[in-house]
Design a protein around this ligand. Sequence first.
Ligand SMILES: [Zn+2]
Length: 142
Amino acid sequence: MRFRSWAAWRDEFSGNLAVFCSDERFVAATLEFLRRELNMERCDLMVVAGGPAFIAQDEPNLMKRLKLLVNAHRLQRIALITHADCGYYKHRYGNEAAQKQREELLAAMQRLRQQLSGVEVRGFWALVEGGEVVFEELAGEE
Ligand SMILES: [Zn+2]
């Protein structure tokens, strides 16, 4: 078969990157959040189980890929998003999942801010409230 997309092709990079968990329950809301709230109509995506966990854990292969994007696509803004009820964190940390997740999001923000000067790094927590997904910013240290 052969498929022709309706999406318009644009041969340019926005300088945006979003890192979030692959959990499908949050994907549509996250893409909407990026577009409507952060004005990231276009952005590179790194979507993996646990989202920004790999940055906090300094996982070498994924960090290498992230840095490749930073340079090749001249990234200027990075949004890190973690979410409530994350299976990756529950599996890894059990009852301490939420606490560890918060710590690791802050650690990920700090690591990127230290390593990537001039790149804006923001961190967000997605949660479900009354059947709707809400995003809250975590300030972290500059
Ligand atoms: Zn998750």
